[in-house]
Design a protein. Structure first.
Length: 235
C-alpha cells in the first residue's frame, strides 16, 4: 500500500494553479487555502527556511499545534519532531487541518538521519537575536506580525510560536543543546499540504542571516495554491 505522501504525488501537468506567488526574502504573508486545495512551498532560490502555521479560516482560535502534531504522528508511526504527515490543531479542537502529501526532503530523499524539518523549534524573535548579538536584525516574529495583520490579527491574539519549520535542519543533541546545519533542501524542491478544511496559511520567509539556517543568505520562496486537474485551455 502506498504511503500518504506517495499517494499524493502527482505530475505537474495534473495540477491547476489557482495562485502562484514569489514571496520576497525577509517578509511574511498570509494566503487562503480552501478545503481540497493544496498549498505548495517551493525552494525558489535554494536553501531557505519557511516558518509556517495554519489557522482555521472560520475560527482563528483553532490553529496548527506543532507539539500535539509531533506527538500524535509519533504514536501513529507517521512522523515526529522532524517530519509530519498529519497537521493537528490545538486542543480542544484536535482536528487534522492538513496532510503532507509530497515531501522529498522530509522523507529522506535528500539524505540526513532525521528528515528535513524541525517541527517544534519556534521561530527567531527579538530576544533570541539579542542573545545572538544582533539586536537590530529583522526576525520571523516581525514577519509573522505583518502576516497576521493581513487577516486583522495581532500577534498577541494567537499563539504563533507553534510553527512548522519547513526545511529547518536542526536538532537537539545528547546534552539537550540546539544544533543547526545548512538545509538539506535543493533549489526547486517542494513540499505539499492538502487542506482538510478552509485554512489560512500564515508564514515567514526566515530573515536570519547569521548562521547556517538559510545557508547564511536569506532567499525568496515561491508559494502556490493548487487544485487537482490540468490547466484549462487558454488559461
Amino acid at each position: 500500500m502506498k504511503s500518504a505522501q506517495e499517494a499524493g504525488r502527482r505530475d505537474d501537468g495534473d495540477w491547476r494553479i489557482i495562485e502562484d506567488l514569489v514571496v520576497p526574502k525577509c517578509t511574511g504573508k498570509a494566503m487562503g487555502v480552501r478545503r481540497g486545495q493544496t498549498f505548495r512551498a517551493i525552494a525558489h532560490e535554494g536553501k531557505q527556511v519557511l516558518d509556517l502555521t495554519f489557522l482555521n479560516a472560520h475560527n482563528y482560535r483553532e490553529h496548527f499545534s506543532a507539539e500535539l502534531s509531533a506527538f500524535l504522528n509519533s504514536l501513529e508511526g507517521i512522523g515526529g519532531y522532524y517530519r509530519l504527515t498529519k497537521l493537528y490543531s490545538n486542543p480542544p479542537y484536535e482536528n487534522v487541518l492538513a496532510t503532507v502529501t509530497n515531501d522529498i526532503v522530509g522523507a529522506g530523499g535528500r539524505g540526513g538521519e532525521r528528515g528535513g524539518h524541525y517541527i517544534d523549534d519556534g521561530h527567531c524573535t527579538r530576544r533570541l537575536l539579542e542573545f545572538m548579538g544582533f539586536p537590530d536584525d529583522r526576525t520571523c516574529s516581525d514577519n509573522l506580525a505583518d502576516a497576521f495583520s493581513e487577516i486583522g490579527l495581532r500577534q498577541e491574539d494567537t499563539f504563533d510560536c507553534t510553527i512548522f519549520n519547513v526545511w529547518m535542519n536542526s536538532w537537539t543533541d545528547e546534552r539537550g543543546d540546539m544544533q543547526f546545519a545548512r538545509p538539506l533542501v535543493k533549489k526547486g524542491d517542494h513540499i505539499d499540504f492538502l487542506a482538510h478544511i478552509d485554512l489560512v496559511a500564515v508564514f515567514s520567509v526566515c530573515p536570519l542571516r547569521h548562521g547556517p539556517c538559510n545557508d547564511h543568505e536569506p532567499k525568496a520562496v515561491r508559494l502556490q495554491i493548487l487544485e487537482e486537474g490540468p490547466e484549462e485551455p487558454g488559461i
